[in-house]
Design a protein around this ligand. Structure first.
Ligand code: FES
Ligand SMILES: [Fe+2]
Length: 407
């Protein structure tokens, strides 16, 4: 019997054919600009789903803690490692008169206490890493109805996957983290995130809805125009290997091997000394078989969306995230965090520094569109957006968010 080589569908409309339930019609602008819609997103998504808040390695030893502000869930959380090694999470709210226990300095606050305790600065109530209230100054002045044992910190559900720490502020989550991640965890679980522990981060607050920011990073259609300065002729405008995993999604971004970018002596040298830049990627050798399964030489990186608002990218020895934290319906904190293997020589470090600058330029180009897009949306001039087939990840997000909002 003759064997048949599977054909890969490259014809226009291929993703709509693969995922017909996502539809093809224009999508309304209302979910981006309507404050009432945002309130439903908070209630149905950000206060009910698992949110990535830290890496385990950001809490290296007992007593290490981090406070993550979650405006999208009307709270902030303390994530703390106990003497038993376990990581737990609590609302950052004191049982006395409700002050934040750990004073926040920005969106992320780090600390360490060798005794494994946190102390509210207002009147000095002390909690341990299990959340128990262990000391109340002038405790004898409280009335007999006050029960110290039942006035610990309010625990938040917390779990980990592949070195990532997630919280869920719903008192009774409908899904475990494992069930929430589903096939997404299988797809990326074999990647060695721990090996790349050196990197850089940029962040800024944008006057736009969180979905405008997330959408702008979730397609490669804009690369030829927006990134003509930073990555000319580097990446293809079409995506490959689109897969949906429940509310999550992934695809691969490919290099333009037939019309490679003009080489420069400095760029060539940097890419030779250090493969720190996505532009220096080609093929794969140490990736799990779920990523670039056919070992295609033009495979550059995997672009995925971990619902609701994290973009996770992985490549050979590199991974990075974009995280979009809603602050209000029209305000979003964007954080880009890029990790790679620690340079072992000065020439590798130089290649890394160059990659960092290139990436900064590209992210400046990306973020520069978002407030413009949002201002135009607010004008009301356009009621719909028209997505092409290679913007299928954005369409999937619109459909998934709408399903949660209307659940
Ligand atoms: S509010 Fe925390 S000790 Fe008073
Ligand atoms: Fe971009």
């Amino acid at each position: 019997m003759a064997t048949q080589t599977p054909t890969i569908d490259k014809a226009p409309g291929r993703w709509a054919r693969k995922y017909p339930h996502l539809g093809q019609e224009p999508l309304p602008v209302t979910p981006y600009v309507d404050p009432a819609y945002y309130e439903k997103e908070k209630a149905q998504i950000f206060k009910k789903q698992w949110l990535y808040v830290s890496l385990e390695r950001e809490l290296p030893e007992p007593g290490s803690y981090k406070v993550r502000r979650l405006d999208c869930a009307d709270t902030s959380v303390i994530i703390i490692r106990g003497k038993d090694g376990a990581i737990r999470a609590f609302h950052n709210a004191c049982s006395h008169r409700g002050n934040t226990v750990v004073t926040e300095s920005g969106q992320e606050t780090y600390g360490h206490n060798r005794a494994g305790i946190v102390t509210c600065r207002f009147h000095g109530w002390v909690y341990n890493a299990q959340g128990e209230l262990v000391n109340v100054p002038h405790e004898d002045r409280f009335y007999s109805c006050f029960d110290k044992a039942s006035n610990g910190l309010t625990e938040v559900h917390c779990d980990t996957w592949a070195g990532f720490v997630f919280v869920n502020v719903d008192p009774g989550p409908v899904q475990s983290l494992k069930d929430f991640l589903g096939g997404y965890a299988d797809h990326f679980g074999g990647f060695d995130f721990a090996a790349a522990d050196y990197g850089f981060t940029y962040h800024t607050t944008l006057d736009c809805n969180w979905k405008v920011a997330s959408d702008a990073f979730a397609e490669a259609y804009h690369v030829d125009t927006i990134h003509a300065g930073s990555f000319p002729n580097v990446f293809q405008a079409a995506i490959e290997d689109v897969q949906l995993f429940g509310p999550h999604r992934t695809c691969s971004v490919r290099l333009q091997l037939d019309t490679p970018p003009a080489s420069t002596p400095i760029g060539d040298l940097a890419n030779e000394r250090s493969r720190s830049s996505l532009a220096a990627q080609a093929g794969s050798s140490s990736l799990p078989p779920t990523l670039n399964p056919n070992q295609d030489p033009d495979w550059a990186f995997e672009l995925s969306v971990l619902f609701p608002s994290v973009l996770l990218h992985v490549s050979e020895g590199i991974w990075f995230t974009h995280q979009f934290w809603p602050i209000a319906h029209d305000k979003t904190l964007w954080e880009g965090k890029y990790y790679l293997k620690r340079p072992e020589s000065y020439s590798e470090l130089w290649g890394f520094e160059r990659a960092m600058v290139l990436q900064r330029n590209a992210w400046l180009e990306d973020t520069a569109t978002m407030e413009d897009t949002y201002r135009a949306m607010l004008s009301g001039a356009k009621k719909f957006q028209h997505l092409q087939d290679e913007e299928i990840l954005i369409r999937h997000n619109c459909v998934v968010v709408d399903d949660f909002v209307n659940a």
